[in-house]
Design a protein around this ligand. Structure first.
Ligand code: NAD
Length: 260
């Protein structure tokens, strides 16, 4: 296990960072990806390394740009010639608007980062995984991959799309030692959600705490937010040998959001 490497996209913040920390503690070498200034990224690397002794690298790539995704995989190849063993497609972006006023550039960007980037990373990771006869692909979808909400058309479409991609990849990789699953979180308090809480607080002229309760209680029966590290623990389980027969699944970790 110590010799296996994981690439977690969008891991400089929020859920991806939680996943990277847990995988590092489980002994995997980590490739981080995501935005952040050099100083912050160095601090994250040191923090993850000091809690795990794992090797941690950061790879720059704007996942909306195919050439940058391909060059990220060239860097992986140079640093880890046998290729990554675990791919976690986590990077995601959101925009809230009505269909009629949804900026078309935002639609394109959300589909590119939340869906098309995962097609490309999977495409680029699979050959080496097949050669090794082992691989774990985990796509971070959302409760919004299973049910919809208004004003999140691009996000909901991308998150439903990634579940379809997960199923196709699972079928194309059966009996190869590779599994592909989707994880569908409910609310997790990260910068992506903090922005939505601020918008509600402004619109309702209430405190951030009141806005947080409004946001969570509308969808999620359990009023407690899920944490990035809990999602990391689920991802780590999917990477274990005990999970080798779980493939093509969409696993909810959503405080009951999608059961009603
Ligand atoms: P976040 O905003 O905290 O982190 C997003 C990460 O993606 C950051 O590291 C950022 O730098 C990176 N990123 C954004 N655009 C990128 C790009 N073009 N190229 C490379 N990296 C890019 O978000 P989060 O809440 O941690 O969300 C992570 C994933 O979990 C997303 O796919 C999101 O849809 C999903 N999710 C989040 C929640 C939630 O409640 N926060 C719930 C369900 C699903």
């Amino acid at each position: 296990m110590a010799h296996k490497a994981a690439l977690v996209t969008g891991s400089t913040s929020g859920i991806g960072l939680g996943i990277a920390k847990v995988l590092a503690r489980n002994g995997y070498a980590i490739f981080l990806n995501g935005y952040g200034d050099k100083k912050t990224i160095e601090k994250l690397k040191t923090e993850i390394q000091s809690n795990s002794c794992a090797q941690v690298e950061h790879l720059e790539a704007n996942l909306a740009d195919l050439a940058e995704i391909e060059s990220m995989f060239t860097s992986v190849q140079e640093k880890y010639p046998s290729g990554i063993d675990i791919l976690v497609n986590n990077a995601g972006v959101q925009h809230v608007d009505t269909i009629e006023t949804f900026p078309t550039s935002k639609w394109d960007h959300i589909i590119a980062v939340n869906l098309s980037a995962s097609f490309h990373t999977i495409r680029l990771a699979l050959t080496k995984m097949r050669a090794k006869g082992w691989g774990r692909i985990i796509n971070i979808s959302s409760a919004h991959g299973l049910v919809a909400s208004p004003y999140k058309s691009a996000y909901v479409a991308s998150k439903h799309g990634i579940i379809g991609l997960t199923k196709s990849v699972a079928l194309e990789t059966v009996n190869s030692g590779i599994t592909c699953n989707a994880v569908c979180p409910g609310w997790v308090l990260t910068p992506l959600v903090e922005k939505q809480i601020q918008t509600i607080a402004q619109a309702n002229n209430t405190s951030l705490e009141a806005a947080r309760v409004t946001l969570i209680s509308e969808k999620q029966p359990q009023l407690e937010m899920v944490t990035g590290e809990q999602i990391g623990d689920l991802v780590a389980f999917l990477c274990s040998e005990s999970a080798r027969n779980i493939t093509g699944a969409s696993l909810s970790i959503d405080g009951g959001w999608t059961v009603r």
